[in-house]
Design a protein around this ligand. Structure first.
Ligand code: AMP
Ligand code: MN
Ligand code: MN
Ligand code: MN
Length: 284
């Protein structure tokens, strides 16, 4: 398979913080010319069988997927898993535990918002939630937009949901080691999601790459909806430097919010090894 395959290996459904069902995403991906697809809900694989079936119905090749929340050097880092066995007990249990703190965190977020005069945010956010185990900042953002506190979700994050802001609650997620091992032990491949988005110093980023590799991580996202074109080039160089394969994915969440639609990204730079070459045997 060539590097110009239209692969979209990162997006979200109502099973986490997206607004479309797995079936709607598969149809949209097919309409946009995607050839190989993965649904990567946050900390959750409950949509995997539906997504694989919808992929088949729409003529798409499919890789199982998830995006695991990890705490590394005091920051939240996302690790995408691709091609793992969706019936593996250890990854299911690990993700279940990772989701575990979200309810309490959401209540604390609502308390923080109430202190600045925004009441009912927990109940408000819940109305946007498709999966009760997966209440996320995105659902709060949708409520705050609907209630007229902000114009759009990026503004909500800027004013309310990022470090130092009233609705932000620090949280401890999975360890990097556990996340990578859940994926690789289930025959999958671990990928650092959108590395350009973390606020790391060069030394911290180096530590992330080296530790990730030491635990068995094999790839980074290079072309993603979360990177600028300059970052495609920067992380293509880093993929070569650290001998990582490269992934490509829109990180699509919603037709109303996402600036990058499914399948609408430039191809991976040709000199890189695409993750789908390493995962050919796991494609359904
Ligand atoms: P959580 O897992 O609850 O911390 O929520 C993280 C999610 O919030 C991410 O996966 C994105 O979908 C969304 N998000 C994070 N930062 C921003 C931002 N600046 N603007 C819009 N959405 C964001
Ligand atoms: Mn998200
Ligand atoms: Mn992410
Ligand atoms: Mn994502």
């Amino acid at each position: 398979m060539s590097s110009i395959l239209n692969a979209d290996l990162h997006c979200h459904s109502v099973v986490s913080d997206g607004t479309l069902t797995p079936e709607e995403l598969a149809a949209r991906a097919a309409a946009n010319g995607v050839e190989l697809w993965a649904l990567t809900d946050h900390d959750e694989i409950g949509g995997q069988h539906r997504a694989a079936q919808a992929a088949r119905a729409n003529g798409l090749k499919y890789l199982t997927g998830t995006e695991i929340s990890v705490t590394f050097a005091g920051e939240t880092v996302h690790i995408v898993g691709l091609g793992f066995d969706p019936d593996d007990a250890a990854i299911s249990q690990g993700l279940y535990e990772t989701r575990g703190g979200r309810g309490k965190r959401a209540q604390e977020m609502a308390e923080g918002l109430a202190r600045v005069g925004i009441h009912g945010a927990y109940e408000g956010a819940l109305r946007f939630v498709g999966n009760p185990e997966l209440i996320s900042r995105t659902h709060f953002a949708r409520f705050l937009v609907e209630a007229g506190h902000c114009r759009d979700t990026p503004e909500v994050f800027r004013k309310f949901l990022t470090e130092g802001k009233p609705g932000y609650v620090p949280h401890r997620w999975a360890s990097l080691k556990d996340a990578v091992q859940w994926i690789t032990n289930a025959k999958g491949l671990a990928v650092i999601a959108h590395p350009g988005r973390y606020k790391f110093t060069a030394n911290e980023e180096y530590a992330l790459f080296i530790e990730f590799k030491a635990h068995g991580g094999q790839a980074i996202e290079v072309v993603t909806g979360s990177h600028t074109p300059a970052e495609y080039v920067e992380y293509a160089d880093k993929a070569l430097e650290f001998e990582f394969a490269a992934s490509r994915g829109s990180d699509f969440h919603s037709p109303d919010e996402s600036h990058c639609d499914l399948g609408r990204l430039p191809p991976l730079p040709g000199k890189l090894t695409p993750v789908w070459e390493l995962l050919a045997h796991r494609i359904q």
